[in-house]
Design a protein around this ligand. Structure first.
Ligand SMILES: [Fe+2]
Ligand SMILES: [Fe+2]
Length: 161
């Protein structure tokens, strides 16, 4: 499938219903996530890939887009030990869920998408095909970012404008 098409992009934005402009979401631009990629760029990338996969697989693509965007809304520097009590791997989905819940009304499905995205590294199990899809998208995007594929795809200009 083509990664970006204009009609899909508009449908994607419609699913997010203004969430991209929320100050809490914009804060992610200032937080490094993977080398050369900030948390906002990563989150939009995951949300879009999950949205595309969910549409292809006839799943709840709106929840995948919303859950994908908010899955890493932990809002602290990942290496700041004073910001969270334990291991980042376990802590950040819990912080993301708390922040996302304050930002918008989350469905039970969306809450599990956020909480379970780190499976199998963290303990919460994905309980829907949508949660599995976002977890898969997260791993695909993280791999693309760490390997530098992100830069070659010129995704920044498209996804994080
Ligand atoms: Fe994460
Ligand atoms: Fe992530």
């Amino acid at each position: 499938m083509r990664l970006i098409s204009f009609s899909d992009w508009n449908a994607f934005l419609t699913c997010l219903d203004g969430l991209l402009d929320e100050p809490q979401v914009q804060i992610m631009r200032s937080l490094p996530h993977h080398p050369g990629v900030n948390c906002y760029e990563h989150s939009v990338f995951v949300a879009y890939v999950a949205f595309r996969l969910a549409r292809r697989w006839n799943l709840d693509y709106r929840s995948c887009a919303r859950g994908g965007l908010l899955h890493d809304l932990y809002l602290y520097r990942w290496n700041d030990q004073s910001a969270h009590p334990g291991l980042q791997c376990f802590d950040h989905p819990e912080f993301a869920l708390r922040n996302a819940s304050e930002l918008t009304d989350l469905s039970k499905l969306e809450r599990n998408i956020i909480l379970a995205h780190m499976w199998p590294l963290a303990l919460h199990l994905p309980r829907s095909r949508e949660a599995w899809t976002v977890s898969l998208a997260d791993k695909l995007c993280a791999t693309a970012e760490v390997m530098g594929v992100w830069k070659r795809l010129k995704m920044r200009a498209v996804l994080a404008a």
